[in-house]
Write a protein that binds this ligand. Structure first.
Ligand code: TRP
Length: 340
């Protein structure tokens, strides 16, 4: 390892220094499915080509709603395996667990001290989540301040997350700017970057909804860890419609169009053109299943090589790399706030 770094030192040193830093966080809850992969996560691994990628498994954010002891621990390990097997490279990028780097909670407190109560109350994710749950923790309310700390601790240039996170990134910019105007030029102001549009994969049983990991529709979503037989079965049972024309028309034929869309992203094709190859639903389902099996095969092979200990070791390496950046930034903040 040291040798190969050494031999690349000339070109690497300049390129990494000039690459913008991208920070992204994902909650470790449930197994990654095909919709997550083709929608967002595939872009994460591509992003490593052009940015200095920092990828954080935000286990403390996941704790903001009630969980059974041990649930997050298992989910975090599984999520780490998912990310590594889809191509996040723990050597080249920084992949780590939020709770392993204590500076996140420390900076979150500083952020709570500059964030306004009214500002937090306007967050739509808080409104949505608090309306649908009977217990609303204080952490759910201050969640955006921890997210801001995640981002700001790494002198992040860009935050490549979906539109649903735009408000949290705006909030981060606002409170970082406020902090700087009170305490000096300490924090780097990040920018939101909507990632290159991924595919919008729908539920196989309810094709009018996005594929999700909800337990109500286990046959509707394909997990990265599904066996060939499970994938074939899910596609065979996929909901289509009562006429029998194969045509890409998401509005009127959501089920069939979703199958075509999946086949298209898995084979780098075009759904409208692909439709011409089919006169019946059966062969389309078979081909879509086969294409997904092929698409997932290298990911599953890689996953099967990752045992728990190897994964933990890689996450420890990630936490070390994360601390190298986060500790000095936190020191800058402490110096600026001036506590005794
Ligand atoms: N709130 C984000 C979500 O629900 C997850 C997250 C936590 C995050 N910290 C982050 C995303 C920092 C981007 C940057 O998806």
């Amino acid at each position: 390892m040291a040798l190969s770094y050494g031999s690349m030192a000339d070109s690497e040193a300049t390129s990494t220094a000039t690459r913008p830093r991208a920070f992204s966080g994902i909650q470790p809850t449930g197994t990654v499915h095909l919709g997550n992969y083709l929608g967002a996560l595939r872009n994460w691994s591509r992003l490593q080509e052009t940015t200095d990628g920092v990828y954080c498994l935000v286990d403390l954010h996941a704790l903001s709603v009630p969980r059974e002891p041990g649930e997050i621990q298992r989910a975090t390990l599984e999520a780490a395996k998912d990310l590594i097997s889809i191509g996040i490279d723990p050597q080249r990028s920084t992949l780590f667990v939020q709770s392993h780097v204590r500076e996140h909670t420390e900076l979150a407190w500083q952020m709570q001290c500059v964030a306004g109560f009214g500002e937090l109350r306007r967050m739509t994710q808080f409104k949505d989540k608090s309306e649908s749950s009977q217990f609303v923790s204080a952490a759910l309310f201050t969640y955006p301040t921890l997210q801001a700390a995640d981002i700001l601790l790494y002198d992040t240039d860009i935050v490549p997350v979906g539109d649903d996170q735009r408000q949290h990134v705006e909030f981060t910019r606002d409170i970082a700017t406020r902090f700087n105007s009170r305490f000096g030029d300490v924090l780097v102001i990040p920018e939101h970057r909507i990632p290159q549009a991924g595919a919008r994969i729908m539920d196989l049983q309810h094709p009018e909804n996005k594929m999700s990991k909800s337990a109500e529709s286990p046959m509707g979503s394909v997990l990265l860890t599904d066996t060939e037989a499970q994938i074939e079965k899910k596609f065979k049972r996929a909901v289509t419609d009562t006429d029998s024309e194969v045509r890409y028309d998401p509005e009127n034929k959501p089920g069939v169009s979703n199958l075509l869309a999946i086949l298209a992203v898995a084979t780098d094709g075009d759904p409208t053109t692909l439709a011409e190859n089919y006169t019946q639903y059966g062969p389309l389902k078979t081909d879509a299943a086969a294409a997904v099996i092929e698409l997932l095969r290298p990911i599953q092979n890689k996953r099967s090589e990752l045992d728990d200990q190897t994964t933990v070791d890689l996450l420890n390496l990630g936490a070390d790399k994360a601390r190298d950046v986060a500790v000095p930034v936190m020191e800058r903040v402490r110096d600026a706030v001036k506590l005794l």
